[in-house]
Design a protein around this ligand. Sequence first.
Ligand SMILES: [Zn+2]
Length: 109
Amino acid sequence: MPDWLDSWMTTRAAEPEGQPCPYCERSMVPGTSREPTTEHVYPRVLGGTLSGGNKLIVCLPCNNEKGRMTLPDFLGYLRERGDPRAKIVNELIRSRTEAKVGIRIVGQA
Ligand SMILES: [Zn+2]
């Protein structure tokens, strides 16, 4: 691994090391398949901002799986599959809606 990449990863992963992923609640460990990554809650491709309120540190598998879905879309996706992460994502939507930050709820007046 080149030095610049090593230091970039070290810096990026400094805080979330050992912290649970907010979606799956498993510990995130830099340099493993559970690498911490920056997730844009409201996807950038849909106009999501780069501000802190739109960012979460989540594990790589969850980030890859959510992809371009919004939180409500991701919730629907998880519920269809009976995935236990649906409960957490639902809580996250509620807390963020109450705080009026970051996400737009599709279909809500
Ligand atoms: Zn995760």
